[in-house]
Design a protein around this ligand. Structure first.
Ligand code: WT7
Length: 632
């Protein structure tokens, strides 16, 4: 048994030597040193574990002018082949690939052979709608096997997918469709949320009205084929599948170093979400190697990551990384409290889950429900715990540690939509410090720098996190916005600017402190203040708005907004509920403000920029700082 019990009063948790020794990375320091000295050999060894139609001639082509990292140059291969066909060909077709637990408790399991079969059929259905290599497909589905299959089917065809989280509103979906301009949109007739039916198709249809590029809308029946009327350009998935039933299996498309795999929209500092572009082969290498070495995946593992595949965590660590490693993946629809707070614990017991990759908000939520919930279940199958999305505070760390037996490693993993793969993390074999995300993955050079000079700060001092060298699953660009991509690399010249602040201790451990830009993290979801503000001012009574993130015990941060009304609205001001509902309709439930203040004016600089920093300081009762640029 691993012994991650406290060995020093400083709160250092040390793994037992025999567990460390048997893990995939038994000597982190040695491996890190070797990878830094020769990163190409390090990644080369990992690339060799994957299968290619044609091998690469150059592992990495790095362009320091454009900041483009071309990985596996000359190779031809396919991530869907490596995630499915390869395992079936190697005799593992009967191994369970995906266990799905629906919002209402219904369950389904698919073997690797079944998942491959479904993927091939789905790819054929897409092809019947004119989708081929390089074409774009938007996927607006709840977290179900069909969502996973749709992604893998696009990858098989060499089509570029953009998965949109199914909780987004029609306006949010529409703005993504307008930017992405997909040929095909895949959606479901309905979704379930806490037992309630959500009319997903209505949302997709309304969003499509503004998106002329979509020639075909494919409807997946959430509970059997969709029975309603079809509008023009709409197809039932089941009908398309019927038509392709007799076609010969479709081979995977050979993809190269410059072929994208997907675009995923995320929030930045402007009002418009940015389409982060990930590349087929490099992304495959990065997610494969990190899943294998961080989660120490073995054939007997049952791996449960709580993310929706609609977010990057789901892309990399529900779908691609684990399937590339031939893992058995548990995908759970719904929330950790529905039907009750035992939802995750009971899934762990019933499916003998050995790796549970969760989020700080989930852990804190379960912590509030009390020890009796985890105590009711047999959690003895667990061997590794993980967390991602926001800092895991020590209180939640200790609770998670205690209720799962007091001996399991907790891997607090740091990364981003842009990085595609985990960049900073503890390992099963390394000591852990509660509140710290550990140290960089081998081959990753991460530093905490002074934003003014770009130089590394001293241990214990805080600064901005940058990545100095290219990594395989790095994003290649921002869709249709190369300037925005450049900005990531020019803020600190030549390094990737993460937008996060952290301090590093004398042992090199990172402690993340939050964002340095106008990005808010609500329950791990990333939202831009400008996005929320733009949504607010589309309300006919709102003239100006400012949004800030306010620290919160459960969600990490909550959204607080300040609004200035139009003079005509002052006699009949909109209520808080109306303002909340407005944002929900514009952006979706995750962006709904928690607190609203109606004010007469906002603090601004002389050039008219809203000083959110001042609002935040006031809100938290802190000094307001330098006010010399304040207009009034
Ligand atoms: C931002 C990226 C990539 C996973 C899901 C979020 C924050 C992520 C941690 C962590 C502290 C973390 C950062 C980062 N974040 N993981 N372990 N400790 N902060 O992806 O939506 O692109 O958000 O999430 O602020 O920049 P994302």
């Amino acid at each position: 048994m691993a012994d991650h019990s406290p060995k020093s009063p400083s709160g250092l948790f040390v793994p037992s030597p025999e567990i460390a020794h048997k893990s995939r990375v038994p000597d982190y320091e040695g491996l890190y040193a070797r990878a830094v000295a020769d990163p190409l050999s390090f990644w080369e060894e990992r690339a060799r574990l994957l299968s290619f139609v044609r091998p690469h001639h150059t592992l990495l082509g790095w362009n320091p002018e454009t900041f483009e990292g071309r990985w596996l140059v000359g190779a031809q291969g396919n991530i869907s082949f490596n995630a499915l066909d390869r395992h079936v060909a190697e005799g593992h077709g009967t191994k369970v690939a995906l266990i799905w637990s629906g919002d209402g408790g219904e369950e389904k399991a698919l073997t690797y052979a079944e998942l491959l079969e479904k993927t091939i059929r789905f790819a054929q259905a897409l092809r019947s709608q004119g989708v081929g290599k390089g074409d774009r497909v938007a996927i607006f589905l709840p977290p179900t096997p069909d969502q996973v299959v749709a992604m893998l089917a696009c990858a098989r065809l060499g089509a570029i997918h953009a998965v949109v989280f199914s909780g987004f509103s029609q306006a949010a979906l529409r703005s993504r469709l307008e930017d992405f301009e997909p040929k095909v949109l895949v959606t479901a007739d309905i979704a379930f949320r806490r037992g309630k039916r959500v009319p997903l198709l209505d949302t997709a249809r309304k969003a499509r009205e503004g998106a002329g590029s979509v020639t075909s809308l494919i409807i997946v029946g959430r509970e059997g084929a969709f029975g309603g009327e079809l509008l023009s350009g709409e197809h039932r998935l089941e009908d398309l599948l019927d038509r392709v039933r007799h076609e010969a299996p479709l081979p995977p498309e050979p993809m190269g170093a410059d072929d994208p795999l997907f675009v995923l929209y995320t929030s930045g500092t402007t009002g418009k979400p940015k389409g982060i572009v990930h590349m087929h082969l490099g992304y495959m290498l990065g997610t494969f190697a990190t899943t294998r070495e961080i989660f120490d995946i073995r054939d007997s593992d049952v791996y449960f990551c709580v993310a929706d595949p609609g977010w990057i965590t789901g892309h990399s660590y529900v779908v691609y990384g684990p399937l590339l490693n031939r893992a058995t993946v548990l995908l759970a629809e719904g929330t950790p409290e529905y039907p009750d707070a035992g939802r995750h614990w009971s899934l762990i017991e019933r499916h003998r889950v050995s790796i549970y990759y969760s989020t700080p908000t989930t852990i804190r939520l379960l912590m509030r429900q009390g020890d009796e919930w985890p105590a009711k279940f047999d959690l003895g199958s667990l061997r590794i715990l993980g967390s991602v999305g926001e800092p895991l505070n020590p209180e939640a760390w200790f609770w998670f540690h205690r209720v799962t037996g007091g001996h399991l490693p907790i891997l607090d993993t740091w990364w981003q939509t842009e990085t595609g793969m985990i960049m900073i993390t503890p390992f099963v074999s390394t000591p852990e410090k509660p509140g710290s995300a550990g140290r960089p993955f081998p081959g990753v050079v991460a530093e905490v720098v002074d934003p003014a000079t770009g130089r590394e700060v001293k241990p214990g001092e805080s600064g901005t996190v940058v990545i100095r060298t290219p990594w395989p699953s790095m994003f290649r660009t921002v869709f249709r916005d190369p300037e925005r991509y450049r900005k990531y690399w020019t803020e600190i010249p030549g390094a990737f600017f993460s937008g996060d602040s952290a301090r590093r201790d004398e042992d090199g451990f990172f402690f993340f402190l939050g964002r340095v830009d106008d990005v808010i993290k609500v329950a791990g979801h990333r939202l831009g203040t400008a996005e929320i503000e733009s949504a607010l001012i589309t309300h006919p009574h709102i003239a100006e708005a400012a949004a800030i993130g306010k620290p919160h015990d459960l969600k990490g941060e909550i959204i607080k907004v300040f609004v200035v009304l139009h003079p005509h609205a002052e006699k009949n001001p909109p209520g808080h509920d109306e303002i909340k509902k407005h944002v929900r309709t514009e952006l979706g439930g995750i962006a709904e403000p928690h607190e609203i203040d109606i004010v007469v004016s906002l603090p601004k600089t002389r050039s008219g920029k809203i000083m959110r920093r001042v609002l935040k300081a006031r809100e938290m009762g802190l000094p307001e700082g330098d006010l010399s640029t304040l207009e009034d």
